[in-house]
Design a protein around this ligand. Structure first.
Ligand SMILES: Nc1ncnc2c1ncn2[C@@H]1O[C@H](COP(=O)(O)OP(=O)(O)OP(=O)(O)O)[C@@H](O)[C@H]1O
Ligand SMILES: [Mg+2]
Length: 308
């Protein structure tokens, strides 16, 4: 539904995004994750037909974003990272204005506005002034605005930024509902954990380059490969350390306070085997512990050191 091929953008010689290729299938909620300056907004503005690429192409709903910008605009609902709402307009008028701009006929507009307001849970606010809405409500109103021409694709640049936890949960619930309606959604965020439970796939960007991408389960599995195991051995820990260092599947073996620690990617069967081998060799393994980094820590490790 969204295909990006080798998108590159340089601003006066500064490479903001380098050779990014992504495939987003119909019906996916696709998380586009990365810290400040990763290139998310640059990529999103290119997809929204607002930015000329330095190189590369993209197609949305079958239309080339450079050659067929009008068809692309009709196919997407775009929520920018910062947006204005028109003060002095009421919620219903605000949506009516955009529906009109998209050429939705008058007979359909009223029902459509009621439908999108119900979807974002703002039906009770239809007659209120937009500037009197809270930030979370304004954000939901902008989400409603992206839906007004019923586009198959939604491109949302940090729709949950600046919202409190409750409001973030509400936005995610709306996204889930939109996904069940068959929308393809690209959504950016700084943090993987924030989107992990709503996305089907993610791409993680760092300083203009793709760090990891794929099904959310696969990316999470990759992240959890950073697990470490520690084993307390009662006899001759140095000898046990040498033996562990000889195992090709273990990484960074260290001995700390009589406990052996190592990076480990295997399963419980392999841990049991290691413990039993250590026992056979007379080291008397006692306590075995698994240290899994939190998703947050793992994500920071994956992207650290490359932040500009
Ligand atoms: N108009 C511009 N002119 C020059 N450099 C720019 C311009 N827009 C973005 N950049 C640079 O390109 C890089 C990527 O910026 P971009 O806004 O795409 O990042 P982002 O991932 O959206 O970050 P954030 O999380 O802060 O929104 C940054 O280093 C930024 O300084
Ligand atoms: Mg941005």
């Amino acid at each position: 539904m969204i295909e990006i091929e080798e998108f590159t953008k340089s601003y006066d010689g500064f490479l903001a995004v380098r050779s990014l290729s992504l495939q987003i299938e119909r019906g996916e909620v696709y998380g586009f994750i990365g810290p400040n300056g990763a290139g998310k907004t640059t990529t999103i503005r290119f997809l929204a037909t607002l930015l000329e690429p330095t190189a590369g192409t993209a197609r949305i709903n079958g239309f080339d974003v450079v050659r067929s910008p009008w068809e692309v605009r009709r196919s997407i609902g775009f929520m920018p990272d910062s947006y204005g709402v028109y003060n002095g307009m009421r919620v219903g008028e605000f949506l009516d204005f955009f529906a009109l701009a998209y050429g939705v006929p008058r007979v359909r507009r009223r029902q459509l506005i009621d439908d999108v307001l119900a979807l974002v849970d703002l039906d009770a606010k239809k007659g209120d002034f937009v500037n009197a809405l809270s930030r979370g409500m304004k954000q939901r109103l902008c989400l409603a605005r992206t839906l007004i021409h019923d586009p198959p694709v939604l491109i949302l640049d940090e729709p949950a930024s600046g919202l409190d936890p409750r409001a973030r949960v509400e936005i995610k619930e709306i996204l889930r509902e939109l996904a069940t309606m068959g929308k393809t959604i690209l959504i950016s965020s700084h943090i993987l954990t924030e989107l992990a439970d709503v996305c089907s796939s993610v791409a993680i960007m760092e300083s203009g380059s793709l760090v990891a991408s794929g099904r959310i389960e696969d990316v999470l599995a990759k992240v959890s490969e950073q697990r470490r195991v520690s084993i307390l051995v009662l006899k001759e820990p140095e000898g046990a350390q040498r033996w562990l260092e000889g195992q090709p599947d273990l990484r960074d073996v260290e001995l700390v306070d009589g406990r052996l620690r190592f990076g480990f990617r295997g399963d419980a069967v392999r841990v049991a085997e290691i413990a039993s081998k250590l026992a056979d060799r007379g080291h008397q393994p006692a306590w075995i512990e698994e240290h899994k980094p939190s998703l947050e820590t793992a994500f920071l490790t994956m992207t650290e050191g490359r932040v500009q």
